[in-house]
Design a protein around this ligand. Structure first.
Ligand SMILES: [Zn+2]
Length: 209
């Protein structure tokens, strides 16, 4: 017979598998959860249970959302002349907090990384080209669609931007204008860690890619 009750042990082991949680924190969280009233625990359990059932992926931008299309892609007041390419849905939340960007998004879901062995086949280039083609059709009066790369200025972010640029140029030539956020974001910083003001300025001061 173990000293730690079986259920607490199982919970601790599961919590330990979460990102950023070590054995000590996992144990602390498990014991804290035991102190909560049953109705709060049931509510937590329900949220876990519903996570995969209720959250969907938007077919247009690949954001996690309640509906498909998501609130942004389905919003007729958003501008269709700019498409912001980000690595992760957390980056969309960060940019939305700036309230300065009114265009569309595309979530790549990963970056090229020769170090980690992530080659072109693991980045959704086809999906991005398809989204660009869809938005190009919505442009009025000969306006060019602008694709803004808001990837972290790391080697992985830069490699991905340059690779995507080639793919977009091969497919659409000069029919699409390409830019990247630059000003104020220091090299090696993840987009979702940048403060709102800096990110807002970075979007305004973007340069061509
Ligand atoms: Zn969407």
């Amino acid at each position: 017979m173990g000293v730690i009750p079986k259920t607490l042990k199982t919970l601790t082991l599961e919590l330990q598998r979460l990102p950023g949680i070590g054995p000590k924190s996992a144990r602390r969280i498990a014991y804290f959860l035991f102190t909560l009233p049953q109705d709060r625990l049931s509510f937590l359990g329900e949220s876990f249970h519903n996570l995969k059932k209720n959250v969907t992926v938007c077919t247009f931008c690949h954001m996690l959302a309640d509906t498909n299309p998501c609130d942004i892609c389905g919003d007729a007041t958003r501008e269709v002349k700019t498409l912001c390419v980000v690595a992760d849905h957390m980056d969309v939340y960060a940019i939305e907090r700036t309230a300065g960007y009114k265009g569309m998004y595309y979530v790549l879901g990963g970056l090229l990384s020769p170090v980690k062995g992530h080659g072109p086949e693991e980045v959704d280039t086809k999906g991005l080209l398809k989204r660009i083609a869809q938005l190009k059709k919505l442009q009025r009066g000969g306006e060019k669609l602008e694709v803004i790369f808001a990837l972290s200025p790391t080697t992985e972010g830069q490699t991905t931007s340059l690779y995507m640029r080639e793919e977009i140029r091969n497919e659409f030539g000069e029919d699409v204008s390409l830019s990247k956020v630059a000003v104020g974001i220091s090299v090696g910083t993840d987009i979702d860690y940048v403060d709102t003001y800096t990110l807002q300025e970075a979007l305004k001061g973007r340069g061509s890619l």
